[in-house]
Write a protein that binds this ligand. Structure first.
Ligand code: B12
Ligand code: SF4
Length: 314
């Protein structure tokens, strides 16, 4: 078991994952009541899908019967580029500059699972990247990948919070990591103080209804609430403010994954260009990009809100 676990970790590092941890699959007894409290307070906004599968989120064996082990990986996505400060441009959050991470991380996990099956043909596994109803951040903390920052993203000591999370749930036993990473946030409240919409309502808790990331990506088919729309601070898609100010991100090292380099060298998009974009141009520009999630209508709505703000001198 020890040898297999070690080989899995070595392969994960060879595939470019910055951190990897392995833990047994047991119900999330501390985190689940917190998830339920969060939902009861309405912090999920219109993301009703978070309410539907709480039992699965609490216990991955409901998603993958026979689940015994959880491998958690972190993929560094930091590339050292900046945003345009021109208000006629809308900022794209760092995670969506390059190719869609769902595809990039999944592709690597497919390779990792294939290697595990080579080493142990009895093993079966399920790959998860974001969309599977599991609490990825809670598993990453358990697996010693990092700690939950006050902005509620997982922070690693090597790459800060600029990491995507991914998992393989397995039906075999492995040797487990027992060490977690201490919470290194200390008395710092930089993320809470910097959030322009006061979305971090208490340390570790984000109210999606106030979060620019939610408003510009997940809130569909309605206008952005006025108090958020007047505080977008130039963000067209997602928001990185709470992570940009985090001291742990000062020492981030560039990712070796070229696919996270900005597509078309763009970290921002010209608002007028977006507002006049046809569906065909949209398909071409955002093919294989995570930004497809907001759809062209959503991006145009966000661009209009930003344009209104700079025309009003806000
Ligand atoms: C729903 C969701 C969102 C929502 C809600 C955000 C949130 N805080 O959960 C919205 C749309 C706002 C969002 C935004 C973003 N997201 Co998002 N999102 C998710 C998703 C799909 C589910 C997360 C979830 O279960 N939330 C529910 C709440 C209850 O979970 P929670 O915040 O972790 O709650 C815990 C804390 O409140 C804690 N807690 C409560 N009280 C206390 C007290 C103490 C003392 C402590 C220690 C803890 C604690 O307990 C709760 C349970 O563990 C995950 C993927 C996945 N399947 O897990 C990606 C994920 C979390 N998102 C991710 C990213 C990258 C982002 C953005 C950075 C994108 C962007 N640049 O715009 C922003 C960050 C905004 C922010 N500050 O959180 C990454 C985060 C990677 C990382 N390093 O952690 C994930 C893991 C996707 C991935 N596979 O990489 N996201
Ligand atoms: S992503 Fe932006 S709006 Fe959301 S909590 Fe962080 S700083 Fe606030």
């Amino acid at each position: 078991m020890r040898e297999l676990s070690q080989k899995i970790k070595t392969t994960a590092v060879e595939l470019g994952f910055g951190r990897v941890g392995i833990v047994p699959v047991t119900p999330l007894d501390v985190e689940t009541p917190r998830l339920l409290d969060w939902l009861t307070s309405g912090n999920n906004g219109r993301m009703a899908w978070l309410e539907r599968e709480t039992a699965k989120r609490a216990d991955p064996s409901m998603i993958f019967p026979g689940a015994l082990s959880m491998i958690v990986v972190a993929q560094n996505y930091f590339t050292p580029h900046k945003h345009s400060s021109n208000p006629t441009q809308g900022k794209i959050s760092r995670y969506a500059w390059g190719d869609d991470y769902h595809d990039v991380v999944r592709e690597k996990l497919v390779k990792l699972l294939a290697r595990i099956k080579e080493l142990n043909p009895e093993a079966n596994g399920k790959i998860c990247v974001d969309t599977t109803p599991i609490m990825e951040k809670a598993w990453a903390v358990r697996a010693g990948v990092g700690w939950l920052g006050k902005h509620s993203n997982v922070i690693t000591t090597d790459h800060g919070s600029w990491v995507f999370l991914g998992e393989i749930i397995l039906d075999i036993e492995l040797e487990y990591d027992t060490e977690t990473v201490d919470d290194h946030c200390g008395t710092c409240t930089a993320c809470i103080d910097a959030c322009p919409t006061d979305a971090i309502t208490q340390p570790y808790v984000v109210d999606s209804r106030r979060c620019i990331s939610y408003a510009t990506i997940e809130l569909r088919d309605e206008n952005i609430p006025t108090e958020i729309a007047s505080n977008l601070e130039g963000w067209l898609y997602g928001c990185d403010i709470c992570q940009d100010v985090c001291p742990w991100n000062r020492f981030a090292k560039p990712s070796k994954e070229d696919r996270f380099e900005p597509r078309d060298d763009e970290t921002s998009v010209d608002l007028d260009r977006l507002l006049s974009m046809t569906h065909e141009e949209y398909v071409e520009r955002f093919r294989r990009s995570a930004m497809k999630r907001a759809k062209l209508g959503g991006l145009k709505r966000n661009a209009s809100a930003l344009r209104k703000q700079y025309l009003e001198g806000g």
